[in-house]
Ligand binder design. Structure first.
Ligand code: AMP
Ligand code: MG
Length: 493
């Protein structure tokens, strides 16, 4: 048997259950694609925990078979690779896009009958590559792996990362970098931009086909709902309000909230220039190209609403036969977003402070703490965690305004039922001890890229896999960077 035939046999033992439901949409929604041949694929990281959740077992694969599989040199049985068509507003400007360096292998059915997309990022050129090379570099793919898995461990809806392989080829950016392919797993890759694409083509039947497909896949409970399309719009808005509130709770800054990077499923998607905030400062931006702070931490809720407005516009033809009526319906639903977001945010913030009941002064109590953090330059994550670790201990080393706030908080906590120890446990369960700190992420990626040393990376992935626990070895991962004022992230294309 040849090497590739051996791999083929091995790969069929993995447990894939492929379907290609997306290819049954009208063919304007995708283009057939084929993963590029690569010189010398080699597995860098394989997520065995995720694999078992998906009902997949890669343990019997030889290193060569695994490398061939995760670089698309050999396709799983039943896979029909495609690139998805989509459009998007990038920094406010509409463009036709599509998967320029992503290839969807198809959908895998998990043991719990969930359909998940299996997608390569960096798998080669497609019909939508425009001037791009269809490739990805190792650093950014490891970065997506690390941060998406950290988000998952934090309990925030997100796409996942199954594997990273190096291709044995170079990709040329500002300098020559090692090429890599990420295998991404997602509820789906349908974006606000997918709907914008359908709407821009002005083909009513195609728009409806996409909408019905998406409802069936992500909101099956709405299939027979009255005013189904309005209910769908509301449900998408609700998931985004909840998602963005969860980002705000942990200081996650997505960095490139273009409409093509907003998933209809409500998962966080596209980890390019994202990073976590250290000092609480709403205007925090890390992305080098976000010069005007459009995607700053404090702007994320407003940008989500802007993106959802673009989404609602695409659905107008389906909401009502009368255009004016459709606009009125969409406007009313969108108008509820700020209050909806605020409810999720306030409820999350109450939990962060150990509060289980609601009082009218809570918002003010939370805001005073945030104001104090901002004024004093306190670390967002560590402040909440310190409060969780010892809510009874007034911090002697803090200033008078903190002491005053702390007394108010203790009085407020005293009005909650139950012993103080349970307050601590409750708070520790929602206030992470560790998040991906920018300097730790950079150090791990640098060692991987420059010395081919993945030990720091693996250690960081392990620490971030239980962010709410404080193991002694996690302690040094809690420190904020010595200085993150000048920290910049890049899109990594
Ligand atoms: P992103 O900034 O990753 O959300 O990508 C925005 C658009 O640029 C998408 O249509 C991508 O497919 C495309 N793109 C990004 N990098 C490349 C690349 N190296 N080659 C081709 N297309 C790319
Ligand atoms: Mg994108």
């Amino acid at each position: 048997m040849t090497a590739s035939a051996t791999s083929n046999v091995e790969i069929s033992s993995v447990g894939w259950r492929f379907d290609n439901t997306y290819t049954r949409l009208p063919d304007v929604f995708y283009a057939v694609a084929c993963p590029a041949t690569v010189q010398e694929p080699s597995v860098s990281v394989l997520n065995t925990d995720l694999a078992s959740e998906l009902g997949l077992d890669f343990s019997r694969l030889s290193p060569l078979a695994a490398a061939n599989l995760f670089s698309g040199q050999i396709l799983p049985d039943g896979s029909q690779p495609i690139a998805q068509a989509y459009a998007g507003h990038q920094y406010g400007h509409f463009t036709m896009l599509g998967d320029g360096r992503a290839i969807l292998l198809g959908e895998h059915r998990t043991p719990t009958a969930q359909l998940v997309d299996i997608q390569f990022k960096g798998g080669g050129v497609t019909r939508f590559s425009r001037r791009g090379d269809g490739r990805a570099a190792l650093g950014p793919m490891l970065r997506e792996y690390l941060i998406s898995e950290a988000m998952w461990a934090l309990g925030i809806p997100t796409t996942r990362s199954l594997a990273v392989v190096t291709t044995g080829e170079q990709v040329y950016r500002a300098s020559a970098l090692r090429g890599a392919i990420l295998t991404r797993v997602a509820a789906s890759h349908i974006r606000v931009g997918t709907f914008e694409y359908a709407a821009a083509r002005q083909e009513a039947e195609n728009l409806q086909a996409l909408t019905d497909y998406t409802i069936q896949r992500h909101f099956p409970e709405l299939v027979n709902a009255p005013e189904k399309y309005l209910a769908f719009l509301k449900a998408v808005i609700d998931r985004q309000a909840s998602l963005i509130a969860q980002w705000q709770m942990v200081g996650f800054i997505h960095g490139v909230m273009n409409t093509d990077n907003m998933a209809i499923s409500g998962e966080t998607i596209d980890y390019g220039p994202c990073a976590f905030m250290n000092v609480y400062r709403p205007e925090t931006v890390f992305s080098s190209i976000d010069r005007h702070g459009r995607y700053a931490y404090g702007n994320q809720p407003a940008i989500a609403q802007w993106n959802l407005t673009r989404f609602a516009e695409t659905l107008l033809p389906l909401l009502d036969a009368d255009q004016e009526q459709s606009v009125a319906m969409a406007t009313a639903v969108l108008g509820e977003f700020p209050a909806l977001f605020q409810r999720y945010w306030l409820s999350g913030m109450r939990s962060k402070l150990g509060l289980q009941t609601a009082e009218s002064d809570d918002l003010e109590l939370i805001q005073s703490l945030l104001d104090w953090m901002q004024t004093t330059g306190a670390d967002f994550t560590n402040t909440f965690r310190k409060l969780s670790d010892g809510p009874l201990i007034a911090e002697q080393d803090q200033d008078a305004s903190f002491q005053e706030w702390h007394t108010r908080w203790l009085l407020r906590l005293n009005r909650e039922a139950g012993p103080m120890e349970s307050v601590s446990a409750r708070m520790q369960a929602v206030n992470p001890a560790v998040i991906p700190r920018n300097h730790q992420v950079e150090a791990a990626l640098q060692a991987a890229e420059e010395q081919n040393d993945l030990s720091l990376f693996h250690r960081l992935v392990a620490v971030l896999s239980s962010p709410y626990e404080l193991a002694p070895e996690s302690n040094r991962y809690r420190d904020p960077p010595p200085d993150d004022d000048g920290y910049q992230t890049f899109c990594g294309t």
